[in-house]
Design a protein around this ligand. Structure first.
Ligand code: F6P
Length: 546
């Protein structure tokens, strides 16, 4: 048994509990008492200006939170991560997604071997391949150039490239079509390929393990579709399928030539893998140079996280704010609300990053935790959300801290009136932050002549915390900065909560049970050990499908 004190028994935790018990201030009062907080509570990293002034904190709160971070040795674990120590303890692995964006002359060792040259070798191969596809030099089996790229993967092998493709659409080669297939529902693949010409289609099968049932099933069906379309010649596969994986053996078993495999390593977690070979579809879309800019963006935030003092360390501050709300205000969720259409898949990406990392209920030694861990992360582009669920954030009974993300300039893609709409978009972001923080008092409502019986309904309590992340423009580098910011925020929270943020045992049971239930559905076989409820569902399914 370890002598590490339990988190909730640390004096720093108790100090925060006491601080919370005394907490009364409304954001209106905090700003009235200290108008400077609008400037003081801002951190800058790279192109990101992170304004956390509309959070329920004072200098004292921030100091107490930093003391908790120091007591739990967040920076010690950070250094261990960057060094390549095996901090993913249940899988006994290093956690080195930061090595994926390290400069070529950096040295990051795993088991005494510098991994940076391998990273750059794969990046070089990816660049060469991406250029050949983009230029038309890489052709399909019939000699026609590739016009469609279909990424088949799920979880970390899908969400990153799919999100970033949307985010950076303005930088993509519009003469190519990109599709992302993840769902084992045959409808996903069907909709992705039904209007494509197999002779012009490249499948990228993305799977770290190359054993994931959804991906292997979809890849097998894609191969059938391709061969049917190209007259059944097996050797066509070589020109139309490439693999992204850590598992060369399984790639070969599937029938993809390992010469067409782009490798990554077990020290890259699936949800942290999109800047590895998993980004190949994105690299084809935006080109190797833009991809390198994206990596540079990640690196800016890595360097900041590694070196900035606690007072101005952006991922640390964001992580601690989340802890303040989740552990001391009982907030159950965290909303991420981008005011950018291009970021429409950003929150879905963060859901895996955050919830698969920190959805844990035992500490690093396997003891049940006595404190809340990862929040439910949710959200969609802000303006659409305003006309759907913002009502609950403004006037519901739950505390929902939110990040509002916006950009000063629209992309050059837009012109004329469409460009001018950007100010309206951003006016909405600013207005929401203001309304959430300051609300509208009953007196203000009355002064507008609202009848007394409606005053309560039209009053806005305010005091809802938001953090506003503003940057000049959504470039590849800025996207990399944003993702790294959240990666390290999640890291900080896992470190404080004393959980392993890098395993994902919680997704295993469902996978095993699905394999056990499937024969009952497809072959009508009896499945021993089904609970009565599931057995009844299976029976109803069999009856209904007749
Ligand atoms: O890349 P793979 O091995 O196919 O795994 C896909 C996803 O499945 C998970 O293991 C569980 O959902 C994720 O962590 C991972 O990103």
């Amino acid at each position: 048994m370890s002598d590490t004190p339990r988190l909730d028994q640390r004096p720093e935790w108790t100090a925060l509990k006491d601080h919370r018990a005394r907490w009364q201030a409304h954001l209106r009062e905090l700003f009235a008492a200290d108008p400077e907080r609008a400037e003081r509570y801002v951190v800058r990293v790279g192109d990101l200006r992170i304004d956390f002034s509309k959070n329920l904190v004072t200098d004292e709160t921030l100091a107490l939170l930093r003391e908790l971070a120091a007591a739990t040795d967040v920076f010690g674990l950070r250094d261990a991560m960057f060094r390549g120590d095996r901090i993913n303890i249940t899988e006994d692995r290093a956690v080195l997604h930061t090595a994926l964006r390290a400069p070529a002359d950096a040295v990051v060792e795993v088991d005494g071997e510098n991994v940076v040259p391998q990273v750059h070798a794969v990046l070089g191969r990816m660049s060469g391949f991406a250029e050949r596809v983009r230029s038309g030099e890489w052709t399909g089996h019939t000699g026609r150039r590739i016009r469609n790229v279909v990424n088949i993967g799920i979880g970390g092998s899908d969400l990153g490239p799919a999100m970033a493709y949307e985010a950076l659409r303005a930088y993509t080669d519009r003469s190519l079509t990109f599709r992302f297939v993840s769902n084992v529902d045959g409808a996903d693949l069907h909709e992705a390929v039904h209007d494509l010409d197999p002779a012009e289609t490249l499948f990228i099968v993305a799977s770290k393990t190359f054993t994931t049932i959804e991906t292997i099933t979809n890849a097998t069906s894609a191969r059938t579709w391709l061969l049917e379309g190209l007259g059944g010649e097996e050797k066509a596969v070589a020109q139309h399928f490439v693999a992204l994986s850590t598992n060369g053996e399984k790639v070969a078993d599937f029938g993809i030539d390992t010469a067409n495999m782009f490798e990554f390593w077990d020290w890259v977690g699936g949800r942290y893998s999109f800047d590895s070979a998993i980004g190949l579809s994105l690299m084809i879309a935006i080109g190797p140079e833009r991809f390198r800019e994206l990596l540079d963006g990640f690196r800016i935030v890595d360097d900041h996280f590694r070196t900035a003092p606690a007072e101005s360390n952006a991922p640390l501050i964001l992580g601690l704010l989340g802890i303040w709300y989740g552990n001391f205000f009982d907030a159950q969720s965290h909303a991420v609300l981008p005011y950018s259409h291009y970021l429409s898949k950003f929150t879905a990406y963060l859901q895996q990053l955050d919830m698969e990392s920190n959805g844990k209920s035992v500490d690093r030694e396997g003891r049940p935790v006595q404190w809340q861990t990862g929040p439910v992360v949710w959200g969609t582009p802000g303006t659409n959300g305003q006309h759907a669920y913002y009502q609950l954030i403004h006037q519901g009974t739950k505390l929902i801290p939110a990040d509002l993300i916006g950009f000063a300039r629209p992309l050059d893609e837009l012109s004329g009136e469409l460009k001018a709409q950007h100010d309206l978009l951003m006016a909405n972001l600013f207005a929401q932050g203001q309304a959430l923080a300051f609300g509208k008092t009953a007196e203000e409502v009355r002064s507008e002549g609202v009848p007394e019986e409606q005053v309560a309904h039209r009053t806005f309590q305010g005091n809802h915390p938001t953090t506003t992340i503003l940057s000049p423009e959504l470039t590849p580098s800025v996207l990399g900065q944003l993702i790294a910011l959240y990666e390290h925020k999640v890291f900080v929270q896992g470190a404080v909560w004393d959980i392993d943020s890098f395993d994902q045992w919680g997704v295993e049971l469902g996978k095993v049970l699905a394999k056990r239930v499937e024969p009952a559905l497809t072959e009508g076989a009896e499945v021993p050990g089904l609970d009565p409820s599931t057995a009844a569902l299976v029976a109803a399914y069999r009856e209904l499908r007749k």
